[in-house]
Design a protein around this ligand. Structure first.
Ligand code: ATP
Length: 346
């Protein structure tokens, strides 16, 4: 032993795409960057924008450099993006998911301590198929006064989303995967999902498979959500149940999400651009911060992720500094300052 300090190779910064988005997007994105910085994690953000913010100047809501950046970096953190209504623009969220084949939308619905008692104790995960169903964009006017939207369900997409849900359950130590469907009415399309689910379940004997019809699932989520454990479902049911789930744990301001594909992953909050409070400095950044925690786990920065998780739990359990959506009076900046201080202590 020469007694010299052990050589440590310089830590490489992660190259990550940041899409601040519209409405409250830039406010919550800025708050999230600050909280990540407080952990000491090294990230080189490549900032690009999409949505209404660029539509006027670029003639598109999704300029090519956005897709190129995510493809290059393989990981992105994205603020909410609104779709200009009635101007012929396709949803950026849907286009991004399709262009990058982000087939699994993962939304952990977990209570935080210190909120109203009716929000306590929920801990489920929704795995939503992200690329087809009524979101495939197959709509036509058959004749004036008659419109048709086609619900596209394929065996390939059902197989990979069910596989993802079971593997996720195994990895995260969950016990059960519940498929949510309406196969009693849509016997072919939802029936296909159910058939595939049963086949995939046989390959994962450690996880208990369960089945529930979507309307019954809505009631079950309100009465006893945790029995569902990990939900796997189609695009539209997943969209609606995610907002119901957000309501169960305190609102859209806290629920995170991840869009996972084979080549890239985009992390984003469940909420939209909230134009009603945009620019007022009162948005709750917790949802995007929790999405960034999922992102840190994804890139292997477990220590930084755990620091933020701990700080969030401690902060909500012990501090009254909250934004208005959670009954407080704090601005986004005041809440972020308090959370950064908690991260520094974590
Ligand atoms: P979009 O058209 O982009 O979907 P939206 O206003 O229709 O926007 P959301 O943005 O998802 O839908 O939100 C619905 C309401 O929930 C908002 O009007 C806002 O008051 C509240 N809300 C959503 N996200 C937040 C947040 N992060 N902090 C505080 N309030 C929020």
């Amino acid at each position: 032993m020469c007694g010299c300090a052990e050589y440590r190779p310089p830590r490489m910064a992660h190259q990550i795409t940041l899409i601040p988005g519209d409405g409250i997007g830039p406010e919550v994105a800025n708050a999230t960057k600050r909280v990540l910085e407080a952990t000491g994690v090294q990230i080189d953000w490549e900032e690009v924008n999409a949505g209404a913010a660029v539509a006027e100047a670029r003639g598109t809501t999704l300029p090519p450099e956005v897709i190129e950046s995510v493809k290059r970096n393989k990981v992105a953190l994205k603020g909410p993006i609104g779709t200009p209504i009635g101007k012929g623009f396709k949803s950026v969220n849907v286009s991004l998911r399709q262009a990058l084949d982000l087939y699994a939308n993962v939304r952990p619905i977990k209570s935080l301590p210190g909120l109203e008692p009716r929000f306590e104790g929920t801990d489920i995960v929704i795995v939503r198929e992200n690329t087809e169903d009524l979101y495939a964009g197959l709509e036509l006017m058959i004749m004036p006064g008659i419109a048709q939207s086609i619900k596209l369900i394929t065996e390939t997409a059902c197989t990979r989303i069910c596989e993802y849900a079971f593997l996720y359950a195994e990895r995260m130590g969950r016990k059960r995967v519940t498929v949510v469907h309406k196969a009693n009415i849509m016997k072919l399309s939802d029936g296909l999902l159910l058939e595939v689910f049963r086949k995939v379940a046989q390959k994962h004997p450690k996880i208990e498979p369960a089945e529930i019809i979507v309307d019954a699932c809505a009631m079950q989520m309100v009465r006893s959500a945790n029995r569902l454990d990990v939900i796997v479902t189609e695009n539209l049911y997943g969209d609606i149940l995610s907002d119901l789930g957000a309501g169960l744990v305190g609102g859209l301001g806290i629920v995170p999400g991840a869009n996972i594909g084979t080549e890239a992953a985009v992390f984003e909050a469940v909420h939209g651009s909230a134009p009603d409070i945009a620019g007022k400095g009162v948005a709750n950044p917790t949802a995007l911060i929790q999405s960034a925690v999922m992102m840190l786990h994804h890139v292997g920065e477990t220590l930084a992720a755990t620091k933020i998780e701990k700080a969030i739990l401690e902060h909500f359990a012990s501090s009254a500094v909250r934004t208005a959506d959670l009954g407080g009076t704090a601005t986004t900046d005041q809440f972020t300052d308090a959370l950064c201080a908690a991260v520094a202590k974590a």
